[in-house]
Design a protein around this ligand. Structure first.
Ligand code: F6R
Length: 610
């Protein structure tokens, strides 16, 4: 979604801002803009399309952008089409204020009407321009006060950075609902909606809390709430390393992250499992361990890939801990007047920790008295902060828009959570220990799948021109089928459906035609024979069967057109292995079809609007 970068210091701002915008490109956007202070005013440039197009345009007039303070933005359209007039930065109608914004101002129409009646002329359809106008309207020589006053009138979500022509050396930033960080360098500040635009410059930073305004000057910063009461931010060292957010030898972040999964998963497990003693140590759960163990019901929530991880988590928790579970989309849970009884635990799963629907479901559950837990990747993100307790994925920054290593981390943490609760309820030390030994072996098994990348590519190449695919699985591999279909849809734009294999004959079987690729996720397990039955149904109708099968499964050979072998493992952990084959399938399909894998059309990395 939208991205913000700002700079105030002694270095030329423009290159820094453009570099920051490029680091945020992965979030998804359709236009970009920049505003730099020159000695006699503010220079703004906005462009539809890529940051490179903005850079080229600004390059024609570099002298106007030669200052050392500025703000920049990548926009993902919500209010108004992608167009120059709708791109940020926006200004007030006296052109004294320049403002960039992430989030949505919910009451913008009411404010717009009031401002129009005072004679303000709007040039865009955006909610952001309304905020810029409002700040301009309330400005009486003190930008910080004007921003505080404007935000007191706003409902909705925002991360903003603002400059005024009349206050050189001052930048004001604020946040509610959308993330914003302030990086503190030597006599300089780099602000951004995402630490990836900060780490190249400084490791010292703080994340703004909701309803906090921060005034930055070259002499320091001051943080306050909307009523100008000072608040003290919590300083932190950013853990992100530059190499984690750079491509290195890989052509795409998605491929890099698929190949990183063995290492990422090692990190997830590291220091958290003791195979000999059958123990799981999850520091984040220390205070609520008993409540989790005595939960009567667990509701897992998330969106997209995280929702698929939640489906796997449901199966795991019911099998290993015998606690009744259900899975809800955050977007459905929040509006359905959900029943939250005593001893209900809500577990929010999210890579970014900023997904608006998941966050809203969490708030709803909290209000109704549920204990809330987070399974989140981004440390200090909104969901991580809003939950009562949680476990971080520790898979490192995920830059590829299509989620890969975060899914594996989400499933691994869910497995640990289920074993943690299971051990405290009924699992023996031996049973827990032997499952932990199997879990510990998963990273190496994933590597055996990534080693087959070229083989997977050669299979995909045969079917890549076909526009309709089915993905089928049973039990633990039913969510994997959903995830496989989502991956191929989002980056290769092939239409795909994922479903429980048994569901096929209740309707979707009508789709099967000569040569249609049907991908079966069918490792050895309790329903293996049943899946083979479903393969026969497909072949009888001319469909082509591509199977993800366990090594050593010879029976499968006579039922499949193509086979991708994965190492055998307990069924409960199999999604972490089988999914990797489908990630590679989607990746190769997208590349073979000539698509930009890391910037799929219309998609944003973190969906911070409803
Ligand atoms: C798919 C994908 C999305 C996200 C979903 C939730 O590859 O990335 O479906 O999984 O938008 O995002 P998070 O996990 O950040 O809450």
């Amino acid at each position: 979604m939208c991205g913000i970068v700002g700079y105030l210091g002694d270095r030329p701002a423009l290159p820094l801002l453009l570099e920051g915008l490029k680091r945020l490109e992965y979030r998804g956007y359709d236009s970009a803009g920049v505003c730099v202070r020159r000695p006699d005013g503010l220079s703004t440039c906005r462009e539809v399309g890529k940051v490179a197009a903005l850079e080229a345009r600004v390059g024609k007039d570099l002298a106007s952008f030669a200052g050392t303070e500025g703000i920049a933005h990548t926009r993902w359209a919500t209010h108004g089409v992608p167009a120059e007039r709708n791109a940020h930065p926006h200004r007030d109608d006296k052109s004294r204020i320049s403002l960039v914004h992430n989030g949505i101002i919910e009451n913008y129409q009411t404010i717009k009407t009031a401002l129009e009646s005072k004679g303000c002329k709007f040039e865009s359809e955006t909610d952001t321009e309304v905020l810029a106008m409002l700040v301009g309207e309330l400005y009486e020589g003190d930008l910080e006060k004007a921003v505080q006053a404007a935000l007191r009138e706003i409902t909705g979500a925002y991360a903003i950075a603002v400059m005024s022509v009349d206050e050189p050396g001052v930048m004001v930033v604020a946040r509610k609902g959308s993330p914003l960080m302030v990086g503190i360098g030597l006599n300089e500040f780099v602000i951004a909606s995402d630490p990836s635009a900060i780490v190249a410059h400084t490791q010292q930073a703080f994340a703004l809390e909701d309803f906090t305004v921060c005034r930055l000057t070259r002499d320091g910063y001051r943080t306050s709430n909307l009523h100008n009461i000072p608040v003290t931010p919590k300083l932190m060292e950013l853990e992100m390393k530059l190499e984690e957010i750079e491509l290195g030898e890989f052509p795409h972040f998605m491929l890099k992250e698929i190949f990183e999964q063995p290492k990422a998963l090692r990190n997830t497990l590291s220091g958290r499992v003791d195979m000999e003693r059958g123990e799981i140590f999850l520091g984040g759960l220390q205070q609520i361990g008993r409540k989790l163990t005595h939960a009567k019901r667990i509701v897992f929530t998330g969106q997209g890939t995280a929702w698929h991880a939640a489906l796997v988590a449901e199966y795991m928790m019911e099998e290993l801990a015998r606690i009744p579970c259900e899975v809800q989309y955050g977007s459905e849970f929040r509006y359905r007047n959900p029943i939250v009884e005593d001893h209900t635990v809500l577990v929010a799963i999210s890579q970014s920790g900023e997904t608006a629907d998941t966050l809203a479901a969490l708030e709803e559950a909290k209000q109704r008295g549920a204990l809330t837990l987070g399974i989140v990747n981004v440390v200090g993100s909104s969901i991580a902060r809003a939950t009562d307790a949680g476990v971080y994925l520790r898979v490192g920054p995920e830059i590829g828009v299509a989620s890969t290593k975060a899914f594996i981390g989400q499933v691994a943490v869910s497995a640990m959570l289920a074993l943690y609760a299971g051990r405290r309820r009924h699992l023996s030390i031996e049973a827990t220990g032997s499952l932990l030994t199997e879990l510990d072996a998963i990273p190496d098994k994933i590597r055996q799948v990534t080693d087959q990348s070229e083989h997977i590519k050669s299979i995909v190449a045969k079917y890549v021109d076909l526009n309709n695919w089915l993905f089928l699985g049973r039990g633990y591999n039913y969510p994997v089928a959903l995830e496989g279909a989502l991956k191929i849809k989002e980056i290769s734009y092939i239409h795909a459906e994922g479903m429980p294999a048994a569901e096929m004959k209740h309707g979707p079987i009508a789709l099967i035609h000569d040569g249609m690729p049907c991908v079966f996720v069918a490792p050895m397990g309790s329903q293996h024979d049943k899946v083979i039955g479903n393969m026969q149904e497909v072949r009888a109708r001319g469909g082509r069967v591509i199977v993800i099968a366990s090594e050593g499964d010879t029976e499968i050979e006579s039922h499949a057109d193509e086979i991708i072998r994965v190492p055998a493992c307990p069924e409960v952990f199999s999604p972490m292995v089988t999914t990797v084959a489908l990630q590679l399938m989607a990746y190769h399909a997208a590349v073979l079809r000539g698509h930009d894998v890391d910037k799929p059309r219309n998609l944003a990395k973190s969906v911070t609007v409803e």
